[in-house]
Write a protein that binds this ligand. Structure first.
Ligand code: F6R
Length: 241
């Protein structure tokens, strides 16, 4: 695992945007795996800046998002669909036909999850996957458990994740279930970029890097990926050494 520690979020985001720009420029049909949450926001801002400067086009880009809450209307202010439109897709030249965000309201969630997985494969697999990390070590919504998940599936969120994310649900109750790409789907990406900032992530980062590879810290599996890079600020890296 390659680990880089940055002096400030802006430098980190600029480095992450470099990695994504390289894949976008060097592939005829680039496939990006994307995340929501606080961690990727500055990277998306940086990519938008480069698009506005005429340095980058998303015309040929296909995207797959990691996850979505179950039971929220697609346009709810807390849906990951809304997040992605507001933080990236509304601001670049991507063809929305090539944007894939799991549907948290599928009639048959199991069949839908299979279809999502097939779609990733049909697109040629993910060239570069962006990840954040939960305070409990989750990636996507793959929560700590006793075995690594494989493909896209429905999960029950843990109390720790509900506690971390319920701050966004100021006037409605936070969903208890989500649909997420599995650890197997994430590990199939050719390159993985995980962003972690802030002291609250330090323990999870420590376990990811120095701990054993175990499903009780899902991110620890990145130790076994041949091209995974962790981009950290000093606070998130504070327990390493
Ligand atoms: C979001 C996702 C989650 C977040 C993680 C960290 O699509 O998959 O795993 O990356 O919960 O969230 P933030 O960045 O808000 O701290």
């Amino acid at each position: 695992m390659d680990i880089r520690v940055f002096d400030g979020k802006k430098k980190l985001a600029s480095f992450a945007a470099d990695l994504f720009s390289e894949v976008i420029k060097n592939n005829a049909r680039p496939v990006l795996g994307l995340a929501t949450g606080a961690s990727p926001i500055d990277t998306y801002k940086e990519l938008i800046k480069r698009f506005n400067a005429g340095e980058l086009s998303f015309k040929n880009v296909t995207t797959f998002n990691l996850d979505e809450y179950c039971g929220l209307p697609k346009n709810d202010k807390n849906s990951y669909y809304t997040f992605m439109m507001e933080n990236l897709f509304d601001h670049v030249d991507i063809d929305l036909k090539n944007v894939n965000i799991p549907d948290g309201n599928a009639e048959d969630p199991e069949a839908y999850a299979k279809e999502y997985e097939e779609k990733i494969k049909a697109a040629g697999g993910i060239d570069i996957q962006l990840l954040g990390i939960g305070v409990n070590g989750h990636i996507g919504f793959n929560e700590p458990t006793d075995r690594f998940s494989e493909g896209t599936h429905v999960v029950k969120l843990t109390d720790s994740t509900i506690e971390a994310n319920s701050r966004y649900f100021t006037d409605s109750e936070m969903p208890r279930y989500a649909v997420t790409m599995g650890v197997g789907s994430i590990m199939a990406a050719k390159k993985i970029v995980l962003i972690a900032t802030g002291r609250a992530k330090a323990q999870a980062v420590f376990e990811t890097v120095k701990g054993e590879v175990t499903p009780s810290c899902p991110a620890s599996i990145l130790q076994t990926h041949k091209d995974a890079i962790l981009l950290l600020d000093k606070a998130a890296a504070s327990l390493l050494k």
